[in-house]
Write a protein that binds this ligand. Structure first.
Ligand SMILES: *Cc1c(COP(=O)(O)O)cnc(C)c1O
Length: 374
């Protein structure tokens, strides 16, 4: 067990009593709680439509289907992301084309590299708002407009985070959120697909539930007695137990994110004078959800990073790496390219603990130990 974990769930009595209420209602699959979570989530980020799903991976899959990505189409994506972002492209037999990130300071996908990688087969761009720090959406949307490409936002790290005052998840044609237990909103497993396009919304609603025209909840209410199956769909639904947790977590999110801002500021103060460290996003100005607290070791390599992480672990401090570069995984060998910035970051980044109850004493301890390792 670590003395200071990488992450801690922001759960208390509120989640417990809400869950008991839902259990006693005896409706635990997709139903009123899922609808409530969807409408509250859509409202919170100023989007028109939201659909609760089993997880973000299913959301990414349905997003690609909804914007009609097909076999052989090319989709430009980052490599410095969780593998699910890229796997979803393979689910629809499309081809992932990896783009590099901007710099050691800005770990989001590089618009210049996106434009360089566009070919006649390119149909879409998936962006990922790293750690809740927004991608350069002005440039990305202008490229997408110029080449008539669809934009999918993997906003897994960014509920309530913003770009120029607008909430993440409302820039692309369709956006995907994750509520995996260690995300800003944690429901165990869980995801959301968000869009402002009603036809995408209607289509995804079918696809998440076997292509069936009604839900069992609607049938149980006597709203309909029959259904048709009009398209090959999936069972990718969220259930009301998860949605119940999501509703409570969403209510708590604003405060949680404020705490994270304080924690990041605290870290930055202490890290500023550490010479061998790069602090990404130091000049980032929009509101971030601070899902990750990344630092990058200067003049380092993966062995040195491993040594530093092992030392920190000996002191009881859990760290992580967001992320091992996807283009270097075995299954992506045939799509692999050289991405110099992504590769250095992937080899030398350390994610430090961040969660709303992380104390300043613990932050001081983490930095003291980190300095002693360098
Ligand atoms: C967590 C995560 C996912 C996958 O989410 P699941 O809900 O676990 O399927 C996808 N993309 C990113 C960037 C993530 O962090």
């Amino acid at each position: 067990m670590y003395k200071i974990p990488l992450f801690d769930l922001n759960y208390d009595k509120r989640e417990e009593s809400a869950i008991i209420e839902t259990l006693r209602s005896k409706w635990i699959s997709t139903g009123p709680k899922t609808q409530e979570f969807e409408s509250k989530f859509a409202k919170a980020i100023n989007a028109k439509f939201a659909l609760g799903l089993a997880n973000c991976t299913t959301s990414l899959h349905l997003a690609l289907l909804a914007v009609n990505i097909k076999e052989g189409d090319e989709v430009i994506c980052p490599s410095l992301t969780f593998v699910a972002t890229v796997n979803a492209i393979k689910y629809v037999d499309a081809i992932p084309v990896f783009a590099d990130i901007v710099s050691y300071d800005d770990l989001t996908i590089d618009p210049l590299d996106i434009e360089r990688k566009i070919t006649g087969k390119t149909k879409a761009i998936i962006v990922m708002h790293y750690g809740g720090f927004a991608c350069d959406m002005d440039k990305i949307l202008s490229i997408a407009g110029k080449y008539d490409l669809k934009v999918i936002e993997d906003a897994s790290h960014g509920p309530l985070a913003e770009y120029n005052g607008q909430k993440l998840g409302t820039f692309g044609h369709v956006s995907c959120f994750s509520f995996f237990s260690n995300k800003n909103i944690g429901t165990g497993e869980g995801g959301m697909l968000v869009t402002n396009d009603e036809s995408i919304y209607q289509h995804v609603k079918l696809l998440r539930s076997h292509g069936m025209t009604t839900l069992s909840y609607e049938r149980s209410k006597g709203h309909s007695v029959e259904y048709d199956v009009v398209e090959l769909g999936y069972n990718y639904r969220m259930d009301d137990i998860r949605a119940t947790l999501g509703i409570v977590q969403l209510e708590k999110l604003g405060k949680d994110l404020q705490k994270r801002v304080e924690i990041r500021n605290n870290y930055i103060e202490l890290l500023r004078d550490v010479e061998n460290i790069i602090l990404p996003f130091q000049n980032f100005r929009s509101f971030s959800s601070n899902y990750i607290m990344p630092v990058i070791l200067r003049q380092s390599d993966s062995n040195n990073r491993k040594r530093v992480r092992e030392k920190l672990a000996e002191y009881g401090i859990q760290t992580s790496v967001h992320y091992p570069a996807v283009h270097r995984f075995s299954i992506y060998t045939e799509n692999s390219v050289t991405l110099p910035v992504t590769e250095y970051v992937s080899d030398n980044l350390i994610s430090l603990p961040i969660y709303s109850t992380l104390t300043s004493e613990n932050i001081i301890l983490i930095i003291k130990k980190l300095k002693s390792c360098l």
